[in-house]
Design a protein around this ligand. Structure first.
Ligand SMILES: [Zn+2]
Length: 163
């Protein structure tokens, strides 16, 4: 059994009628699609979810997810830990037509049979937060970026064109 205080599903009505305050760790193995995308695994996900009512009197979820993702640096090819912090406000919606109701800072969250799938929300968001090209912070990378003067690089380009 996986030990976590984070439920996979919450009923929309329940989230609306009582304050939702979730603060806990979700084992990364609960998120298999995310785990598949990480060549070197990842830490447990630190999850904070607080319900609120927005200016239009709708239920919203203020969320913060943190994970350390084991990726390969595309400059030096070494494995490294990439910290990801995602902070978003989700607006649960019943159908895709309700997407139009979203404020610019809100993310749609499509309900499944009147339920919020928290694991899917967390997993989708973290997948979208992965870097397209994973790179070490340059100070930690074993490949040092040389400062190439613009003159030299232009010369190199000309040399290549001549060959
Ligand atoms: Zn590197």
């Amino acid at each position: 059994m996986m030990k976590t205080n984070i439920p996979e599903y919450i009923k929309f009505e329940q989230a609306k009628s009582q304050d939702l305050n979730i603060n806990g760790l979700l084992p990364i193995k609960a998120l298999p699609r995310l785990l598949d995308a990480l060549p070197h695994g990842g830490s447990d996900v630190h999850v904070e979810i607080h319900s609120d009512i927005d200016v239009n009197k709708r239920l919203v979820l203020n969320t913060q997810f943190k994970v350390s993702a084991g990726l390969d640096c595309q400059r030096c090819m070494d494995a490294y830990q990439h910290p990801i912090v995602s902070q978003l406000q989700f607006l649960p919606i019943f159908n895709e037509e309700q997407m139009e109701l979203l404020a610019p800072e809100q993310e749609p969250l499509l309900l499944e049979d009147g339920k919020i799938n928290l694991f899917k929300m967390i997993e989708d968001e973290l997948l979208l937060s992965l870097p397209i090209i994973p790179l070490h912070p340059s100070a930690d990378c074993s490949v040092k970026l040389e400062t190439i003067s613009p003159k030299a690089s232009q010369f190199d380009i000309l040399a290549t064109l001549k060959n």
